[in-house]
Design a binder for this molecule. Structure first.
Ligand code: NDP
Length: 449
């Protein structure tokens, strides 16, 4: 586990001692620091100015109480978080996650990853993340609204269109963004682009809903093409059935692939004829039902209880689009044994370090989420541009910009890998390319953070 550079290893060990309980955050930091060894060795300024020691501490961490009243009239309390990690290249930008397992470690890991991801998009956005241990699943619309209003009543003090612009993530979709935007507008008496992922009737961008899933496939397609491959005729596993997974399915299918398995946190479905993303939209976006109800629409499909088994399904391409650490070493071995050619991450940090070692060790293509799922935040950046201009671009305009951005991210990661690490090591290339941009901005701005 030791990092092969005294400066970087010292930073990691200090962090591990101080935040021993923040396992997800430490995992994310270790993964990045390991790949920065050749960069730090090539340029002494990063150590002299302690750029990395500064980068691993958030500029600001906000924790707050979120009281709300449930439908029975009982007062409930949840915890709210916003971690403003790095503003060197733009206002803090990153989603809000509402799920019962949210804690400071998870928000810090996501915020840390977001710094590099946002830098890779080529747009001027710093890194941040937030959320709550409130889970909208099983709550009425009125309960979700009261929670969102209470959450925003505190968050409003810390965000703004030029300061910090949150978006959605797990558990935060169009409904939650709408309620939070309404409350922000009421409290500030201003109509600004303070949140992204907004509805189309009040400043949202066309193609934002599809952006992360589409972007993932544009990135994967560029990566496959560089290796003489494509989606054409390939079977694909897409885990999850939320925002990222649904539109990854749509685009992978449009590119000639066949998505044969999808999941939720209860279990997974297999449909060898290909899963129609429109059925998933109905189940998840309209009915907010479980994935097993897919069998009501397609009785020939199969449902298996327990989500982990999805990685034992034989397929050519794996796209984890559910949550962190969903592919462990055992699942990675199953993917490799089934003869897959690549694993492209749609979720944030869905593969454990042991799983990544198995995947890369077997010579599969592998892209980290911070590169391949950057299409969501990139399109949020495009939503911010449209809000500032007070104009709306067409679906095709946004989609074609998204495609261009994802292809550029792939090219930048490949170039950084070739220059500093091993040619084709997209994991290292993503960390290095993202780091260089933020580090240069931090050096130029002096010791302000
Ligand atoms: P959603 O809430 O829309 O969907 C999450 C999906 O994952 C649901 O189907 C959920 O099932 C499933 N899920 C959650 N936990 C597990 C688990 N342990 N095993 C299997 N399935 C699980 O979230 P998003 O699609 O927005 O986000 C998915 C991932 O993508 C996250 O890692 C997020 O951080 C990342 N991401 C999202 C972006 C976006 O634009 N939305 C941008 C970049 C990254 P259930 O219904 O049972 O909870």
């Amino acid at each position: 586990m030791a990092i092969n550079n005294a400066y970087l290893n010292g930073i990691y060990e200090e962090l591990a001692a101080r935040y021993a309980e923040q396992t997800e955050f430490l995992e994310a930091v270790h993964e990045v620091l390991e790949t920065l060894v050749p960069v730090v060795e090539a340029d002494p300024r990063y150590e002299q100015q302690n750029i990395i020691g500064r980068m691993v501490e958030p500029e600001r961490t906000i924790l707050f109480r979120v009281p709300w009243v449930d439908d029975a009239g009982k007062v409930q309390v949840n915890r709210g978080y916003r971690v403003q990690f790095n503003s060197a290249i733009g206002p803090y930008k990153g989603g809000l996650r509402f799920r019962n397992n949210v804690n400071l470690s998870i928000i810090k890991f996501l915020g840390f990853e977001q710094i590099f991801k946002n830098a890779l998009t080529t747009l001027p956005m710093g890194g941040g993340k937030g959320g709550s241990d409130f889970d909208p699943k099983g709550k009425s619309d009125a309960e979700v609204m009261r929670f969102c209003q209470s959450f925003m009543t505190e968050l409003v003090k810390h965000i703004g269109p030029d300061t910090d612009v949150p978006a959605g993530d797990i558990g935060v979709g169009a409904r939650e963004i709408g309620y939070m935007f309404g409350q922000y507008k009421r409290l500030t008496n201003s109509f600004t682009g303070v949140l992204t992922g907004k509805g189309l009737t009040y400043g949202g961008s066309l193609a934002r809903t599809q952006a992360t899933g589409f972007g993932l496939c544009y990135f994967a397609n560029a990566y496959l093409k560089a290796n003489g491959q494509s989606f054409e005729g390939k079977t694909v596993i897409v885990s999850g059935s939320g925002n990222v997974a649904t539109y990854a399915n749509q685009k992978a299918t449009q590119l000639g692939g066949k998505v044969i398995a999808m999941s939720d946190s209860n279990g997974y479905i297999v449909d060898e004829n290909g899963i129609d993303f429109k059925v998933i939209q109905v189940i998840k976006e309209q009915k907010r039902a479980r994935i097993k109800t897919y069998l009501d629409y397609v009785p020939t499909a199969k449902y298996v209880e327990g989500c982990k088994g999805i990685w034992t399904v034989k397929a050519d391409i794996a796209m984890p689009c559910a949550t962190q650490n969903e592919i462990d070493e055992e699942s990675a071995k199953a993917i490799v044994a089934n003869g897959a050619i690549g694993v492209f991450e749609g979720a944030n940090m869905p593969c454990t370090p042991e799983a990544i070692a198995v995947i890369k060790g077997a010579g599969l293509l592998y892209s980290p989420g911070k590169a391949s799922n950057a299409g969501g935040v990139a399109t949020s950046g495009l939503e911010m541009s449209q809000n500032s201009e007070r104009l709306s671009w067409t679906f095709d305009e946004v989609d074609s910009k998204l495609k261009g951005i994802m292809e550029t991210i792939y090219a930048d990661c490949a170039a950084a890998a070739e220059k500093y690490a091993t040619a084709g090591d997209i994991q290292a290339g993503a960390n290095i390319a993202g780091f260089l941009k933020v580090a240069e901005a931090m050096l130029a701005q002096g010791v302000c953070y």
